[in-house]
Design a protein around this ligand. Structure first.
Ligand SMILES: Nc1ncnc2c1ncn2[C@@H]1O[C@H](COP(=O)(O)OP(=O)(O)OP(=O)(O)O)[C@@H](O)[C@H]1O
Ligand SMILES: [Mg+2]
Length: 510
């Protein structure tokens, strides 16, 4: 069909980018202003004074069926990302000259990922394949795949990159480390008086550390595979993960391990051990990924943080034999179940119930969003375990833990007040996570979607009774609006991720 050559990657990238920005607009701009109306089969909304419409399904997950349109001179016209950037900007306060560029850079990144995947071989390991499957990324972010600078494709999990880490040698008198770092020592040989410090090759390009007597370059080390967060990699040879600093903005954060986070990861690992043991007595499917050690070079804050690496256990070693860890975010894109209701009940049981127990019984706030949870699937694909990871987002509820003896900055970074912690749990677990899984399982079957939420409600209600009906959980079950993180607002304001506010959305448990 000559003359009709459609650039498929570009078209898919435009569709996904427009959809993600439109979701943000519904949630953060039109929704809170009362400018969203159900007009079946369409959802109507007003952004920047213009009437828009799209066919949607999936409840709060806002899946689109067909192209969104805008009303112009009494006729519906296809909406483009460029147009929606302009409309959204006129609803937002102040100026942000970079914003449009970030959205379009994300779109170009998706197209580049799609092209690269066409010629790449996915890992045979099903866990790693799930880590590398997030082509479109966060569905409620205006620039989910924007990655600063050039050369990122060489390190992109979605392009099935694999590359050797670089091994550095740190002279022992300037070594900064804590906890158990034996995994790092086993990764290579350092000369006498030095210790091995693996480094992400992309970070070395960005950081350009000066080599000399204190820091030496030992050449390439083991080959690694990047996981979904880009900066955390799996080292098959060591059967462990390494979480690197990466001075690149990915979604809302420049991905740097602050010095107090390096120490905090190890501190949390020792504190969470006994707590997870207790949780597993009531919720035996619960697993987590300890971060037993960190290492860096004490050569000023820039290098200490920029070269800081955290050791993390691998999901395979956390799961029982015969259980396959699969990233929740991958299931949110592609989950199929013979019996969706039974699958969902199993999923909610293993994923949601321990999170609530951790918060109410133990004063621990996890960050169980789609990228921080893996479901352990049995041979039939049924969720039988849940693996929680990423201690950077795990916090202790203020007043419930004795943090005396810790450096004040380490303690502060580990702590959340109860209210903020609860909002984080509800956002991550329900809005970011379960809403997406439910929408994917239900597809366009609204009746099934309602059934799934009724089942979730039953399970949470039973758990509430066991926990003594704590007030925040009762409010949630009574239908209190859910807090949805304002990713569009925070990017527009160029604010830090921790400054992100929440907007209320309808509660599917009601
Ligand atoms: N639904 C989602 N919610 C949150 N993050 C998502 C989602 N989908 C994809 N992501 C990506 O996952 C990462 C989440 O960031 P987060 O801070 O949890 O991870 P990290 O600390 O960088 O690494 P790790 O999870 O390996 O510890 C980001 O790279 C983000 O773009
Ligand atoms: Mg994470």
């Amino acid at each position: 069909m000559q003359g009709l050559a459609i650039d498929v990657p570009s078209a898919l990238a435009e569709e996904a980018t427009l959809a993600a920005l439109l979701r943000c607009c519904v949630r953060e701009l039109a929704g809170p202003r009362g400018l969203v109306w159900a007009a079946p089969p369409y959802l109507l909304l007003r952004v920047g004074g213009t009437l828009l419409r799209a066919r949607t399904y999936g409840g709060a997950a806002l899946r689109f069926d067909g192209p969104p349109e805008r009303l112009e001179d009494g006729a519906w016209q296809p909406l483009t990302t460029g147009e929606l950037v302009g409309l959204a900007g006129s609803d937002l306060h102040g100026e942000n000259a970079e914003f449009g560029g970030q959205v379009l850079a994300s779109r170009e990144a998706v197209a580049a990922i799609l092209r690269a995947r066409a010629g790449a071989v996915p890992p045979a390991d099903p866990w790693l394949a799930s880590e590398q499957s997030l082509v479109y990324g966060h569905r409620f972010h205006p620039s989910p795949k924007a990655r600063g600078g050039d050369g990122w494709l060489r390190y992109a999990p979605e392009a099935h990159a694999r590359f050797p880490v670089r091994l550095l040698g740190v002279r022992e008198d300037v070594l900064a480390e804590g906890g158990d770092v034996s995994v790092l020592d086993a990764m290579g040989q350092a000369p006498d008086g030095y210790r091995v410090l693996p480094a992400h090759p992309w970070q070395l390009e960005l950081l350009r550390p000066a080599f000399g007597a204190e820091l030496i370059d030992l050449g390439p080390g083991p080959v690694v595979l990047p996981t979904s967060s880009v900066r955390t990699v799996y080292v098959p040879e060591a059967e462990a993960c390494l979480k690197f600093s990466l001075d690149v903005r990915i979604t809302n954060c420049v991905r740097k391990n602050a010095w107090y986070e390096l120490a905090g990861a190890v501190e949390l690992t020792s504190r969470l051990g006994p707590i997870f043991d207790e949780v597993a007595e009531r919720h035996p499917a619960t697993r987590w990924l300890p971060e037993p050690g960190h290492r860096s070079a004490a050569l000023g804050t820039r290098l200490h943080e920029g070269l800081g690496v955290i050791v993390r256990q691998s999901p395979w070693s956390a799961c029982d034999p015969g259980v396959t860890p699969v990233l929740a975010a991958a299931l949110a894109v592609d989950a199929s179940a013979k019996d969706p209701l039974a699958w969902w009940r199993a999923y909610v049981t293993v994923v949601a119930l321990p999170v609530l127990d951790l918060y109410f019984t133990h004063g621990v706030v996890l960050e169980p969003h789609l990228q921080n949870v893996l479901a352990g699937l049995d041979a039939d694909g049924l969720p039988v375990q849940a693996v929680f990871r990423d201690l950077e987002g795990a916090k202790l509820v203020a007043g419930r833990h004795d943090l005396g003896g810790l450096h004040p900055e380490v303690a502060a970074a580990l702590t959340y007040d109860a209210e903020r912690g609860w909002a984080r749990v509800v956002y991550c677990l329900l809005v970011n996570h379960l809403t997406e899984i439910a929408a994917t399982l239900a597809g366009q079957d609204d009746g099934l979607l309602r059934e799934l939420w009724r089942a979730a409600r039953d399970l949470l209600d039973r758990q509430a009774a066991e926990l003594g009906r704590p007030l925040p959980l009762s409010d949630l079950l009574a239908g209190a609006p859910l807090p949805a993180k304002a990713n569009l607002g925070v990017r527009w304001a160029r604010a830090a991720d921790r400054a992100a506010g929440y907007v209320p959305i309808a509660n599917p448990l009601a």
